[in-house]
Design a protein around this ligand. Structure first.
Ligand SMILES: [Fe+2]
Ligand SMILES: [Fe+2]
Length: 280
């Protein structure tokens, strides 16, 4: 899909704001900004290890996320440069989770290396083929991840685990900023083509899966540990509905768009044509 000069300009400005705020207010160091001297191994729990290991695994797919992200966005300065910053920030998330697992003794280096090898043995592939659908996906995924990390932040605050409280404060703040950028770009898509963007958003909500599905070892078993994921109901109430409100649309609009899209696809496949929206 051709990108208009106006959209390029708006995306550039959105990126410049994102980057400016990141550089001024949000940069952190995984060694200096975490109070490692307060690490208390008597607080070690296997549930904590499972959560951190799972989060770390998802963050470790940065090479695949960025390679695919760059291929989709390389011609749009603001979006491509965002991908570069985004990849850098996500890479730090994996690093700080790894650091906690090893420093706390929740995992030995050998155990961690085995796990990392399993992660890199698989590749993450784009769940949706277009920039518009991936922007819908990015916004939802970042908001869902923010909710998961914010829940962890509050849990460790209540438990008096200062190290994990600070780690989840830092990473959840990053995820919130990522969501903000994706949502702004999605808003630009809505301004250009409201109905088409709503149909894509409906499609992505309907087919949404978190990035770790099918990649993280024993993912379904891990989800039984509290805090690893969010339920479908929480995804709806904590990610989908707040995002729709911010975008100025509603759940009934989304459902209508999905129904319309299905009818169009059925009509096209009955006529022997390719479903629409594949190259939006
Ligand atoms: Fe992250
Ligand atoms: Fe993120």
């Amino acid at each position: 899909m051709a990108v208009s000069a106006t959209t390029r300009e708006k995306t550039y400005r959105a990126y410049m704001e994102f980057f400016d705020k990141a550089e001024r207010n949000r940069r952190w160091h995984w060694l200096d900004d975490v109070p490692w001297d307060k690490l208390d191994t008597t607080k070690n729990r296997e549930e904590t290890a499972i959560c951190l290991e799972t989060f770390c695994g998802v963050e470790l797919y940065v090479p695949d996320y960025t390679a695919n992200g760059f291929n989709l966005t390389r011609e749009i300065f603001g979006h491509a440069w965002f991908q570069a910053n985004w990849g850098y920030e996500e890479s730090k998330h994996a690093l700080v989770f790894r650091e906690y697992l090893l420093r706390s003794g929740l995992r030995t280096l050998e155990q961690y290396d085995d796990y990392e090898a399993k992660i890199f043995a698989k590749k993450w592939h784009l769940p949706f083929p277009t920039r518009r659908r991936m922007t819908c996906y990015g916004a939802l995924q970042e908001l869902a991840t923010y909710q998961i990390y914010a829940n962890q932040r509050e849990k460790y605050k209540a438990e008096g685990n200062d190290v994990l409280h600070k780690i989840f404060f830092l990473v959840s703040r990053d995820e919130s900023a990522h969501y903000g950028f994706y949502r702004r770009v999605l808003q630009f898509f809505f301004e250009e083509d409201y109905d088409g963007t709503l149909a894509d958003l409906a499609h992505v909500v309907y087919h949404f899966r978190m990035p770790g599905v099918g990649l993280i070892p024993e993912y379904d078993d891990r989800l039984k540990t509290e805090g690893v994921g969010i339920t479908s109901q929480q995804f709806l109430s904590d990610a989908v509905l707040p995002m729709l409100r911010k975008l100025g649309t509603t759940r009934p609009d989304l459902v209508r768009a999905l129904r319309q899209k299905r009818l169009e696809e059925q009509a096209q496949s009955a006529a022997g044509g390719a479903p629409s929206g594949q190259a939006a």
